[in-house]
Design a protein. Structure first.
Length: 285
């Protein structure tokens, strides 16, 4: 109950922040300084405006699903999609959540900071990090990257549904070139970089303005199953967060397309194996 109360406090902060920005001062770059909270912090105008105008349209089912997938991590931070595989010699990260949702209550504009700014290469003194880790959102992707095995996420997610299948299909993640990479971490990194660099995904501003607020607003206001545009936006989100590779591997490992809008998951697909994943015979043409 405390965790759910914390999440509802975050939603309250989120909408209050949007209300405050009726009186914000904008700079020429479309950024806002909320001097009432912290003059040194900036947020994205488009994200704030979207939160303000769409807050009444959020689907309570989406919010409920998000809350159900959120827990408290070992550092006391809210963590969304933080599960891990039941088998395998994996080591989850324990240094994430530095800008998690509970932290937004103290630093509200972290929610409106471009997510790509959380991306950092490793150094002798600091480990590499990304939006997945810093925000504790879809955290099992941060763990996938950390373990250099994108199937960490695929083996952690146990309740795939029609939303996931349609998202995978729209983005081409069921195609032969993706299925062939299920156990190829570096190959998937290269394929992710290629897709993230496409004009299609760059058009969503993942490498410039996309913030956690923008992402959550779009997700909570979305539909089931997602539209093609929703699917492309969410793929662009993964690029901003750090990699599209986790979702590529998840889709390839999990689903088989049975035609006419139907699909199978896991052992509903002939030849599927919990370790090897989906056989190439199920690749989407």
């Amino acid at each position: 109950m405390a965790m759910k109360a914390g999440l509802h406090a975050v939603w309250g902060m989120y909408f209050a922040c949007a209300e405050l920005c009726q009186n914000c001062i904008w700079d020429d770059g479309g950024n806002v300084a909320l001097v009432q909270m912290s003059g040194a912090r900036v947020g994205n105008k488009a994200a704030l405006a979207q939160a303000q105008t769409q807050r009444s349209r959020y689907d309570p089912i989406h919010i409920s699903q998000f809350v159900d997938a959120t827990e408290i991590d070992e550092n006391g931070h809210l963590c969304n999609l933080c599960s891990r595989p039941s088998k395998g010699n994996y080591k989850p990260r324990s240094d994430c959540g530095n800008h998690s949702m509970d932290e937004w209550l103290q630093n509200p504009l972290d929610a409106f900071k471009p997510v790509v700014e959380f991306l950092r290469s490793g150094s002798s003194s600091l480990p590499a990090t990304n939006g997945y880790c810093e925000l504790n959102l879809q955290k099992y992707c941060a763990d996938s990257i950390y373990n250099k095995d994108f199937l960490f996420q695929a083996k952690s997610q146990t309740n795939p549904d029609i939303y996931d299948f349609v998202y995978c299909k729209h983005n081409g993640y069921l195609k032969p070139e993706i299925l062939a990479l299920q156990h190829d971490f570096e190959g998937t990194v290269a394929k992710s970089d290629e897709y993230c660099s496409s004009d299609r995904l760059l058009s969503y501003g993942w490498n410039s303005t996309m913030s956690a607020a923008t992402i959550l607003a779009r997700y909570f206001d979305g539909v089931y199953p997602p539209t093609e545009d929703d699917s492309f936006f969410m793929a662009a989100m993964t690029c901003a967060m750090g990699s599209a590779g986790c979702d590529m591997a998840f889709c390839a490992y999990t689903f088989c397309d049975k035609g006419n809008g139907t699909y199978g998951v896991y052992d509903e697909c002939e030849g599927w194996d919990s370790e090897k994943g989906m056989p190439m015979s199920h690749a989407q043409p």
